[in-house]
Design a protein around this ligand. Structure first.
Ligand code: GLY
Length: 383
């Protein structure tokens, strides 16, 4: 028996980008209108909000530190009337398409075979919609494919070859995502990460030798971008997108495409997202934990710290502990409450995050659990 068909036979084949604002109203408008009416944030309410939102503060857009251009673009689009999901996706597209950013999209660091595999998920607060792709190759903007998984399938997550075929069906252009800079970084890792394989780095002229095999300090990167937004009507959305752990085992999937881990949005409560060691975030359902803490009246920054403490408590592996017992990796959480408050926290000090609020776009300091020592012993060099 054939499954229920969701697309009408006379429907026009969609463009690869299908903005929420252009969707036929059948799926989304009703739920959006109900949500907006039920939970609109008035300027009066925003004026009472401590922690970042004052009178006229909305929209608020937050992102990881690499998302300063994303917050500006998203806020500008929201002020022009765009849906929050379209706005945050357009924001992170800047970074996904930037060949200089080696943590996200085009130019991201590849897996151990030298192939770039991307992860992303989106959540649309008004419709409680969610979509995601994982281990997606050849497509610069996985966040746009994730939005189409939400809009044009009955599923939430597509992976690997299936995700690529879905993107192809929607007209996405395929490109080689491995830039020369990322290839050179991968080759350096390949030649130096082991002294018991057949890869040999070039001679080190300073040492006048021909075959340097000593491993060098090549930091792992979990670099990622998360971006969440709240518009003046009280509607929220979020996106997280990444090339994942650098030089990962092919097929490894981190927290970024996992709803509840790398991103969670509840239009009645708030939104949260993460960057850093995805394995740690997955195990505590990090973003969902934060939204649930905010549901129980915890301030955004406290909710982020609460989730980070869950991570450090849950890390039992000695290989993930430093000599002083603290974890040897970093995670950062970003949270935005329905009432306009926002905050972010990292395990280690020194982190920043991007914020557009009160009409200003800037970087702010993350709260943290531990003071970062002068010589970092963490595996995380990325956002
Ligand atoms: N947070 C990104 C990753 O672990 O893949």
């Amino acid at each position: 028996m054939r499954r229920r068909c969701y697309l009408k036979s006379n429907e026009v084949v969609p463009e690869k980008e299908q903005p929420m604002s252009d969707l036929s109203r059948r799926e989304f408008l009703q739920s959006a209108a109900v949500a907006a009416t039920a939970a609109a944030v008035t300027p009066e309410l925003a004026a009472q909000v401590p922690g970042g939102a004052g009178k006229g503060a909305l929209p608020v857009v937050i992102s990881s530190a690499n998302g300063l251009r994303a917050t500006q673009r998203a806020a500008t689009m929201i002020l022009e009337g765009a849906d929050t999901l379209d706005a945050v996706i357009a924001g992170v597209n800047i970074v996904e398409e930037d060949p200089e950013d080696m943590s996200v999209g085009y130019g991201g660091l590849p897996n151990e075979d030298g192939i770039v595999e991307l992860d992303s998920c989106v959540m649309h607060g008004p419709s409680f919609g969610a979509g995601a792709v994982a281990a997606l190759r050849n497509i610069k903007t996985p966040s746009q494919v994730a939005r189409l998984v939400m809009q044009r399938t009955d599923h939430v997550l597509l992976v690997g070859e299936g995700a690529l075929r879905f993107a192809r069906a929607h007209g996405f252009e395929e490109v080689n995502l491995l830039t020369d800079g990322a290839r050179r970084a991968w080759l350096k890792w390949k030649e130096r990460h082991s002294d018991c394989d057949d890869w040999i780095p070039p001679p080190d002229p300073a040492k006048n030798d021909t075959q340097t095999r000593a491993p060098v300090d090549l930091p792992f990167s979990y670099g990622t971008i998360n971006c969440c937004a709240l518009d003046p009507a009280g509607n929220m959305s979020g996106v997280t997108t990444t090339s994942g752990l650098s030089f990962k085992i092919p097929g490894r999937v981190g927290d970024s495409p996992i709803i509840g881990a790398g991103l969670y949005v509840d239009n009645e409560v708030g939104a949260a997202g993460s960057t850093g060691r995805g394995e740690a975030v997955i195990k505590v359902c990090g973003s969902h934990t934060i939204v649930e803490a905010m549901r129980h009246d915890m301030a955004p920054v406290d909710a982020c710290l609460h989730a980070l403490k869950r991570i450090t408590a849950a890390t039992t592996e000695s290989r993930l502990r430093r000599e002083d017992g603290r974890v040897n990796f970093d995670v950062k959480f970003y949270a935005l409450a329905k009432d306009g408050r926002f905050g972010a926290a990292a395990i280690w000090s020194g982190a920043k995050y991007a914020v557009y609020a009160d009409g200003q776009n800037r970087l702010e300091d993350c709260a943290y659990l531990h003071e970062r020592p002068a010589k970092a012993q963490t595996r995380d060099a990325g956002s």
